[in-house]
Unconditional design. Structure first.
Length: 149
C-alpha cells in the first residue's frame, strides 16, 4: 500500500509541475503577442484594452505634423473608412510619407491617440502587410456592395 501512495504522489507531482509549466508558457505567449487591428476596428471599440497592438493602413494625406524642436511626429493612419491619430517620438523610416502604407506598434491612450513605439513603412511600391491589404479589400468590397463610391 505504501508503494501505491508513493506512486500516486509522484504522478500528482508530475501533473502539477507540467500544469504550472504550461500555464507559465501560455502566459508568456499572451504577454508577448501583438495583435493587428485596422483603424475602423479601433474606432468601433469604445473601450480598448491597455495592450500593445499594431494598426495598419495608409498615412492620411495632409495629416503629418512634425515638431521642429524634437523628433516628435503626429499623423493619422487610415483604412479609407476611419482614421486614428498617432503620436510617435523617434526617427521615421526613410520610406515614410503621406499616402504610403504603414504599420505602427504601440498602445492607445485614454484620449484616443495611438502612442506608437515603432513605425514601419512599406519597403517598395508593391508591398503592403497582408493584414492591411485584407482590411483595405474588405472596405472596398463593402463599398462595392453598397454602391457607394
Amino acid at each position: 500500500m505504501k508503494k501505491r501512495h508513493q506512486r500516486l504522489f509522484l504522478v500528482l507531482g508530475v501533473v502539477a509541475g507540467v500544469s504550472v509549466a504550461t500555464a507559465l508558457v501560455l502566459n508568456a505567449f499572451r504577454d508577448n503577442m501583438t495583435f493587428f487591428i485596422t483603424p475602423s476596428e479601433v474606432m468601433a471599440k469604445s473601450d480598448m484594452p491597455e495592450r500593445h497592438f499594431r494598426i495598419g493602413g495608409l498615412v492620411e494625406d495632409g495629416s503629418v505634423e512634425r515638431d521642429s524642436a524634437s523628433t516628435q511626429v503626429r499623423f493619422h493612419v487610415t483604412d479609407t473608412e476611419a482614421s486614428v491619430p498617432v503620436d510617435f517620438e523617434g526617427i521615421l523610416p526613410d520610406l515614410f510619407r503621406e499616402g504610403q502604407g504603414v504599420v505602427v506598434e504601440g498602445r492607445i491612450t485614454s484620449d484616443g491617440v495611438f502612442k506608437a513605439d515603432n513605425v514601419m513603412a512599406r519597403h517598395d511600391e508593391d508591398y503592403m502587410p497582408a493584414e492591411a491589404q485584407e482590411a483595405l479589400d474588405r472596405v472596398e468590397h463593402s463599398f462595392d456592395e453598397a454602391g457607394d463610391y
